[in-house]
Design a protein around this ligand. Structure first.
Ligand code: PYC
Length: 311
């Protein structure tokens, strides 16, 4: 029987399962090195932790591991129902609240090592968390695809710890939670066209519409790699949006952008230039998470679904 200790949280509605004990050693090194060992030797644990019957398509896992950078409070590897994420914004906010719940960190500035770089965190006394993401940038603007069942869709491709296609035009859809089946269908078709059109690495697709609340700048709908949609405004998706706004000169350095998600919850983002000539920024995104449960996952050899129902 394997016993894995977890703490669950949600960030603006999107769940994170942080693994805090009981996981096999990944042998040290950088978090990217440890991810390679996780993927090669222990991928069945990923499925056991986040897939049904213990989890669901929506759940993002976050394995705490030793950082190679001694200035970091922890290392973290993010994963989901189909694989691994470079960075995860809502997950970072959930991990920070989890570390605070465990008494491992208090209010102030901290650093976390991810497999795509170090992110800096600010935990406020009221529990709100801001993270400064890895350097983010747009790689293609206004790339158009003929999407079966939709027509000509145009959008931007951006890196923000994950790869995004941010739809600009060609899709008319109401962004509200009662419409998610249609939104999933649209974004899945778009992703297929984007992947087949030379952008194989893009695994997140983002639609935008008007904000539903006073003070919001926009509402989004984000398709995640494993076919679920992000219940939060997506921290890396908000970072990608900031990179596009910066590149288009539509948001000034230091100004705030309030990004609503499909549930109407929001993240607030700002950016600073790191390489203006090449459109590179560091986005800072803030939001709130709540710890909601804690316990042990039990993995027994007698259980036919011990290692999860694979997607
Ligand atoms: O918040 O960055 C994020 C995220 C990525 C996938 C799900 N959430």
């Amino acid at each position: 029987m394997h016993q894995i200790d977890f703490i669950d949280s949600h960030t603006e509605g999107e769940p994170t399962r942080t693994i805090v004990g009981g996981f096999p050693s990944l042998g040290g090194g950088t978090v990217a090195d440890q991810l390679a060992v996780f993927r090669d030797r222990y991928d069945q644990y990923r499925s056991a932790i986040v897939n049904e019957p213990r989890g669901s398509d929506v759940l993002v896992g976050a394995l705490l591991c030793p950082p190679s950078d001694p200035t970091c409070a922890a290392g973290v590897i993010f994963f989901n129902n189909v694989g691994y994420l470079g960075m995860c914004g809502h997950g970072t906010i959930g991990v920070v609240r989890t570390l605070a719940y465990q008494g491992r960190i208090g209010p102030g500035t901290h650093r976390l090592e991810t497999c795509v770089g170090v992110v800096t965190i600010e935990l406020a006394a009221d529990g709100r968390v801001s993270f400064s993401n890895v350097e983010s940038y747009r790689t293609a603007a206004g790339v158009a695809f003929d999407v079966p069942g939709i027509g000509r869709v145009s959008g931007d491709v951006a890196w923000a710890g994950n790869w995004f296609y941010l739809v600009r035009s060609g899709v008319e859809a109401s962004l509200h939670v009662g419409n998610v089946a249609h939104l999933l269908d649209l974004t899945t078709r778009i992703r297929r066209a984007v992947n087949g059109g030379g952008y194989e690495l893009v695994d997140h697709v983002e639609l935008f519409g008007p904000a539903g609340h006073a003070g919001g700048n926009s509402r989004n709908f984000v398709l995640c790699p494993g076919g679920a949609y992000d219940r939060s405004p997506c921290g890396t998706g908000t970072s990608a949006k900031l990179a596009c706004l910066a590149a288009d000169g539509k948001l000034d350095e230091g100004a705030s952008w309030v990004q609503e998600g499909i549930l109407g919850t929001s993240f607030t983002g700002q950016f600073r230039w790191t390489d203006r000539a090449n459109g590179k920024i560091v986005p800072t995104v803030s939001g709130t998470a709540h710890v909601i449960s804690a316990g042990q996952l039990l993995i027994s050899g007698e259980d036919p679904f011990a290692w999860g129902i694979r997607a």
